[in-house]
Design a protein around this ligand. Structure first.
Ligand code: ATP
Length: 411
């Protein structure tokens, strides 16, 4: 095992997670199986970043080991994935750890999910299926006082040199979602994509496999666009990674406007990612069909498309602005603004959106009217007056109706 002996690691976890790992170490010795902390948690420990979730890989059957933890160490099994022999286990401390059996993977169909085999293989074979060297590092959880770093692929030096490096030249062909993962790690850690990796990425992007399903790419884009960094969109454009999902992205999208839009309470923080995605796909039928969107997401994209088609100038009058935006999803309005910077949107959000007709059909009936489609005409007239600033209170609206009817009767 290529142990990096210069480097022993401290498990800087919160108390509950630390207690869970120590239990796992004791249990593994008793059960007689090798277990390893692996992937992102090891990378983050080296970078001295906080670690919240950890993955432990078991050189054996992780589902059986989870049963042992349940029977001997009062753990709860939260879920098991039978086909991959993985288990999510909650320890007495409350901490939850994902356990996976070591395995190998092969990609029969490029871009599709791989086929897993050789479960329980040596760690050295398991790491070969991973995305980047920085994510292949492992810590043998054996002796808590002497936790050593195991580095089969040179990941430790790549972390020190801030490099994102794939493990083999077919990596992006096998799984193009790794392109978005590379950009995610670049943004998150301010790392560079190593030259050969970058060239292979560009090569793939100039001939994307359009047969592949886009679920994983969408999932990775969601994580990527949920980062708090600047220039998220421009990196997707400049690196040409947009080609994975769209043949016609908006090129000059001003992503700084998203911060401004956050003030208007139009969307939750966990929807921000979709504003970026919308800018990538709104003009691409190809993406619309294939991105596996929810019905809400589809509705928003279609609304933004309609707005873009209308292409309203900024000097549209308030009544028209109100009617354009009033019935649309807030998220659609936000996206339209981020794409067009159309000032009518700002006017709608800051001045017009709150304006509502206060009287109801019931009030009109009390005034002696018989319900009819005429009610809507009256509401519309009142709305116009309100948008012009002429009516404020409900009483003023009622008086307006009375006077309007009087005039009508006289003419
Ligand atoms: P994060 O901090 O974003 O959770 P992570 O590295 O832990 O980072 P996960 O998505 O949780 O990311 O994946 C866990 C591990 O699984 C990774 O460290 C990597 O070794 C492996 N992995 C994840 N996605 C892929 C992929 N598409 N191809 C190959 N290996 C992957």
């Amino acid at each position: 095992m290529p142990i990096n002996s210069e480097r022993t690691i401290n498990l800087k976890f919160d108390e509950n997670l630390k207690a869970a790992v120590l239990t796992a170490i004791t249990a593994a010795q008793e059960y007689g199986v090798k277990i390893f902390l692996i992937g992102g948690a090891v990378r983050d420990l080296i970078l001295e970043n906080p670690v919240k979730d950890i993955d432990i890989t078991v050189e054996g059957n992780a589902a059986d080991f989870a049963n042992f933890l349940r029977d001997k160490y009062h753990c709860k099994i939260k879920s098991v994935q039978e086909n991959l022999l993985t288990a999510k286990v909650q320890f007495e401390s409350g901490a939850v750890i994902d356990f996976a059996s070591t395995r190998e993977e092969k990609y029969e169909k490029p871009g599709f999910l791989p086929e897993a085999f050789n479960f329980g293989c040596p760690l050295a074979d398991d790491v070969k299926r991973r995305d980047f060297t920085i994510n292949t590092l492992a810590i043998h959880l054996e002796d808590e006082k002497n936790l050593q770093l195991i580095d089969y692929c040179g990941g430790y030096n790549d972390i020190l040199n801030k490099k994102i490096r794939i493990l083999h030249n077919n990596s992006f062909v096998d799984d193009p979602s790794r392109i978005i993962r590379a950009l995610k790690f670049k943004q998150r850690f301010n790392f560079e994509i190593e030259e050969n990796t970058f060239n292979l990425m560009q090569k793939y992007l100039s001939g994307v496999n359009f047969q592949m399903p886009l679920e994983r790419i969408k999932g990775e884009l969601r994580q990527y666009f949920s980062l708090k960094n600047d220039n998220l969109y421009s990196l997707i454009i400049n690196s040409k990674a947009y080609a994975l999902i769209s043949d016609n992205p908006i090129m000059n999208f001003n992503e700084n406007l998203i911060n401004e839009l956050c003030k208007f309470d139009l969307f939750n923080a966990d929807e921000i990612w979709f504003i970026y995605i919308a800018a990538l796909i709104v003009n691409s039928d190809f993406a619309f069909e294939r991105l596996n969107m929810t019905s809400f997401e589809k509705k928003v994209i279609l609304e933004v498309r309609e707005l873009l088609k209308k292409n309203k100038p900024d000097n549209t009058d308030d009544y028209e602005i109100y009617n354009i935006f009033n019935d649309l999803q807030d998220l659609s309005i936000a996206i339209y603004y981020a794409i067009t910077e159309n000032h009518a949107v700002k006017k709608f959000l800051t001045c017009l959106k709150e304006i509502k007709v206060l009287i109801s059909g019931k009030d009109l009936i009390e005034l002696g009217f018989i319900p009819s489609p005429y009610f809507n005409e009256l509401f519309d007239l009142i709305l116009r007056e309100k948008l012009n600033g002429n009516l404020k209170t409900k009483e003023e609206e009622i008086n307006y109706v009375k006077q309007y009817i009087k005039k009508e009767e006289q003419s």
